[in-house]
Design a protein around this ligand. Structure first.
Ligand SMILES: Nc1ncnc2c1ncn2[C@@H]1O[C@H](COP(=O)(O)OP(=O)(O)OP(=O)(O)O)[C@@H](O)[C@H]1O
Ligand SMILES: [Mg+2]
Length: 300
């Protein structure tokens, strides 16, 4: 029973001589959401397919809910909701037929649950899969991953092909799963899209896990960009002297700067002058993430 939701140890998968993934060490604690990021061909799908035993590791091992990916794959697949990166379904079935069949294989799911999920995503279950657009087929894949309320969700690019409103709904579904204590491992290309969902993010590049961070730590380290416009030109020196302010540039009546942590001292200093405008832009976590690791020796 004990142990993390997902754990890999020096997990390696080679495709003949081609690189798949190399010595990936990952831990996803129970109840957390882990975002697995990386460019095309980095090894996200390979890692995920090993977890579900669709691929056998070349070396190393993976455990899901304490179960070995190879020895206990039947039990793992029963307890995991899996959304493949390239969902392929029987084209002649309707969404309703396919989901009913999958539901039976998983020991039964109330039709109301399926209808409720389809409804949230705006999916018409009466159409055949062949007749569905790519995004609507993706919705079927999302429903089948969530419908049996699995302990662990493993989602390979869950929002691929979905329009922005549906993406938001899927994000809500992930958040709800997490609030119910379920664990989520999801892959994505961009931190921007998953940062609000994830407790931790990891970056894989060329088959190697190059960085893992708590999103909270990343935020604390990130610098926001602030632009202040005053009625008169101001002396930038006192702004430069603030301990948490960096990169102050002054042009005419405008100051640009970057700030980490609380803006309180900055706001009080600015308030000694007549402030015409103040714009604070949220930190770019991806930039922080990558800058940190480029300077840290971990990066490729
Ligand atoms: N069946 C295969 N035979 C040979 N090489 C493969 C095979 N499947 C994947 N690879 C290689 O393994 C590497 C990792 O691929 P993978 O599909 O895991 O990447 P990914 O991170 O999921 O990329 P994407 O963002 O494009 O989905 C790539 O270099 C890919 O070419
Ligand atoms: Mg992939």
């Amino acid at each position: 029973m004990a142990g993390p939701a997902i754990e890999t140890e020096r997990l390696t998968k080679s495709y003949g001589r081609a690189r798949g993934i190399v010595e990936v060490d990952l831990v996803v604690p129970r109840g957390e959401v882990f975002g697995f990021l990386g460019p095309n061909g980095a090894g996200k799908t390979t890692t995920i397919r090993v977890l579900l035993d669709f691929l056998r590791p070349t070396s190393g091992r993976a455990r899901v809910l304490g179960l070995d990916s190879r020895d206990d794959s039947v039990e793992i697949r029963r307890r995991v909701g899996y959304l493949p990166g390239d969902p392929a379904f029987y084209p002649r079935l309707t969404g309703r037929e396919l989901l009913a069949w999958l539901a039976r294989m998983r020991g039964g799911v109330d039709q109301e649950v399926i209808d409720g999920l389809a409804d949230r995503l705006g999916l018409d279950l009466g159409r055949t899969l062949r007749a569905l657009s790519r995004g609507n087929r993706q919705k079927v894949a999302v429903v089948q991953a969530f419908m049996h309320r699995p302990d662990v969700l493993v989602l390979d690019e869950p929002t691929a092909g979905l329009d922005p409103l549906v993406r938001l709904e899927v994000a809500r579904m992930v958040r709800e799963a997490s609030e119910e204590g379920r664990s989520v491992f999801l892959s994505s290309h961009v931190l921007d899209e998953v940062q609000d969902l994830c407790d931790q993010v990891g970056i894989i590049r060329e088959g190697r896990l190059v960085a893992v961070e708590r999103v909270g730590d990343l935020r604390a380290r990130s610098l926001r960009t602030v632009t202040l416009r005053f009625a008169q030109p101001v002396d930038p020196a006192p702004f430069r002297a603030l301990p948490n302010v960096r990169d102050v540039t002054a042009a005419d009546t405008t100051l640009h700067l970057r700030i980490g942590g609380s803006p309180d001292a900055l706001v009080k200093l600015a308030a000694r002058h007549e402030v015409l405008d103040l714009v604070s832009e949220p930190a770019d976590l991806e930039e922080t993430f990558l800058t940190y690791y480029r300077g840290d020796g971990h990066a490729s």
